[in-house]
Design a protein around this ligand. Structure first.
Ligand code: ATP
Ligand code: MG
Length: 357
């Protein structure tokens, strides 16, 4: 997922500043060619959950067996081995092969051209933060269609950035809604109100468009992330931002000791996959926060390391390390990005929003 997003980002040549329709032609792309390829743009490039029973040889009973063995959609069948399918559905190998082939035929599994990727990238929007230092660091702001992870010690400003992004999105698009998955009980409507003053937005209107969910444990958190698609498809909400604050706190608290690490990472991986798919299929900016722990064995450099290990690091398209700077300022450092240089942005958190320092 992250790897695919990274490839896309490398091919990226156009971008748009969120809501302001400011198109930056970084490489002088011919508008017409973009428009033409946009016609063929693959809206459905992320495989949808096609009904399994539409495949030949799969009746209701077989579908139920497949479902209970974890084959929920056509994609999972298309990439399965005949042996696994025989076992799961209780069918002969010949039938299993037939089902797999039909699943493969029924979906686009192949390649797309760079031009198609470019057309899709043209839809990416950027959410500015109010600090031009941070915006410059991120090439214009926080990207939609990607996961951005912010990690840093307590009080480094992770939750503040989450609140700022919420208000920025809502003020730029009067139809947009946002989702805030709050695991630490740190979402504050009062803070939203204060930030709304900063951008001249009616706070009551803003609060109505924020869907806040308090996640009580990691399973609940994962379930909430899975429900976001339903808000879009069933309730018609125009979700443009999903904040998960904090991504890792529950996982860290629930899985203690080395013996549980594999299970924790597996669950985190699934959670990141849900968020990644959501971001790219719905063109949503996913912002997740992450704590750090100290690394007692490090003698040089910063002795802190982000929670979640390679799973979280790899699944995030952009990674930002936040630390406290001098005189109450904060410093955001871009650690990992598919197409932007690493760099640092000094800023401060103020009542009406983020400012350059
Ligand atoms: N209304 C405000 N005006 C100015 N600064 C504020 C305001 N609210 C919070 N801050 C600043 O933000 C800091 C808190 O940052 P934040 O809650 O985002 O940290 P965090 O990185 O989420 O920490 P944690 O890991 O504990 O969740 C405060 O210490 C304060 O400096
Ligand atoms: Mg916080």
């Amino acid at each position: 997922m992250a790897r695919a997003a990274k490839v896309e980002n490398i091919i990226m040549q156009k971008n748009e500043v969120f809501g302001t329709k400011k198109v930056v032609d970084e490489m002088n792309i011919n508008e017409e060619s973009v428009l033409e390829t946009e016609k063929n743009a693959v809206e459905d490039d992320v495989p949808e959950a096609i009904d399994v029973t539409s495949l030949p040889g799969v009746g209701a009973a077989t579908a139920e067996k497949l479902q209970s063995s974890g084959f929920h959609d056509v994609l999972s069948i298309a990439v399965a081995s005949p042996g696994k399918l025989c076992e799961a559905a209780g069918v002969s190998e010949a039938v299993a092969r037939k089902i797999i082939n039909a699943a493969r035929d029924s979906m686009k599994m192949g390649f797309e051209t760079g031009t198609q990727v470019l057309a899709r990238r043209a839809k990416v929007m950027r959410i500015p933060t109010g600090s031009s230092n941070i915006d410059a660091l991120l090439g214009g702001g926080f990207e939609t269609g990607a996961i951005t992870e912010c990690f840093g010690e307590f009080g480094s400003g992770k939750t503040q950035i989450g609140h700022v992004l919420v208000v920025q999105v809502l003020s730029r698009d009067p139809k947009a809604s946002v989702v805030y998955i709050d695991t630490e009980n740190t979402f504050r409507p009062e803070r939203i109100k204060e930030l709304c003053v900063g951008v001249g937005l009616d706070y009551e209107d803003a609060l109505r468009r924020i869907m806040v969910a308090r996640a009580y444990n990691s399973d609940h958190q994962m379930l909430l992330a899975e429900k976001v698609e339903g808000l879009i498809k069933e309730q018609g909400k125009k979700i443009k931002l999903v904040v998960v604050d904090s991504l890792t706190a529950h996982f860290r608290a629930e899985f203690i000791g080395r013996g549980t690490l594999a299970e924790r990472q597996q669950k985190l991986n699934r959670h990141m996959h849900t968020l990644g798919k959501l971001s790219s299929s719905q063109n949503i900016c996913v912002f997740v926060t992450n704590q750090v722990m100290s690394k007692p064995d490090s003698f040089f450099g910063d002795p802190t390391v982000a929670i979640g290990g390679h799973i979280v690091a790899h699944a995030s398209t952009f990674r930002i390390y936040l630390r406290k700077g001098r005189k109450g300022s904060r410093v955001a450092k871009l650690i990992d990005s598919p197409n932007l240089p690493e760099g640092e942005a000094p800023f401060e958190v103020t009542g009406p929003g983020l400012k350059d320092f």
